[in-house]
Design a binder for this molecule. Sequence first.
Ligand SMILES: [Zn+2]
Ligand SMILES: [Zn+2]
Length: 249
Amino acid sequence: MRSFINNYVHAFLDVFYPRICLHCRGNINYSREQYICGACRENIAFINENYCSRCGSISGPYSVSFDEKGCGFCRTQHFYHDSLTAIAHYDGAIKVLVHKYKYEKQRFLYKAVNDVLLANRKLNERIQEVDIIIPVPLYWRKKLQRGFNQSELIAREIHRVFSKPLSVNNLIRIKNTASQTRLSKTKRYANIQKAFFVKNPAIIKGKRVLLVDDVLTTGLTMQECAKKLKEGGVKSVHLLVLAIADYKS
Ligand SMILES: [Zn+2]
Ligand SMILES: [Zn+2]
């Protein structure tokens, strides 16, 4: 009976208040979809191909094979993190969703972002190997202006669904850094240096950390966080990002 009424209500709403897909502007069906239509959802560019679990590079026709030491691109590089799990490319419906969520302050969209994330097999596997979830922090003034920290909302949902401990005010951002993408490579390094601080290392000592962010672009922010966490005594740092953006340095 209830589902009958639900269907009826949805049919009524679809007629009088047609919802529009945030990506293609096509109509979406209330009863089955939220914010993104079925076709756009199917077209999300998930990172399902063979990818490097250390740096996130996709194996191309010329790249060498991957193992736990990394791929041809990252093998010789030093990282502070131990692994990287990325769900999708920052493109199409994911890009629209994250953009509206983050920059147009449409906080409610975090649910749609999380739906994409939580349904992913890779997160289900990675979460078994960590002890504590930590979001990449925002500078307090930025959080106040936006009204929320997008990475924290994602981390909170993972914490709720998988019942893993969450730590939100221990790794903090003590410097209001300008957007990394607009700076030269040298300036980016200088910019992010000393931007983070661990207040109470005892909470994270010896733990395996899942460090969560929404979009990975230069990777410097997460590297700096991972560095501070390692200095604070954590056992390992596993990065989880919803999307990887193409970045040309
Ligand atoms: Zn669509
Ligand atoms: Zn790699």
